[in-house]
Design a protein around this ligand. Structure first.
Ligand code: SF4
Ligand code: SF4
Length: 55
C-alpha cells in the first residue's frame, strides 16, 4: 500500500517531499507518490497544509 494524494487538493508546495524518509514523494506541479517506495510510515500526512494526503 501507499498513501494517496488528492491531486485536486494538492497545491504542489513540496512540504511533504522533505518529510519522507523513503524519498517516495515528488512534486511536478502536483505531488505524486512512488507506491513501491512508500512504507506507510504516515510522516507526510500531517504535514500537508491542505490535507491532500491520506492513508
Ligand atoms: S507515508 Fe511515509 S514513506 Fe509513505 S510517502 Fe508518506 S512519508 Fe513517505
Ligand atoms: S504537502 Fe500536500 S499540498 Fe504540498 S506538495 Fe505535498 S501533497 Fe501537495
Amino acid at each position: 500500500m501507499a498513501v494517496t494524494i488528492n491531486t485536486d487538493e494538492c497545491i504542489g508546495c513540496g512540504v511533504c517531499v522533505d518529510e519522507c524518509p523513503q524519498e517516495a514523494l515528488s512534486v511536478d506541479g502536483v505531488c505524486t507518490v512512488d507506491a513501491d517506495a512508500c512504507i506507510d510510515c504516515g510522516s507526510c500526512i500531517d504535514q500537508c497544509p491542505v490535507e491532500a494526503i491520506s492513508a
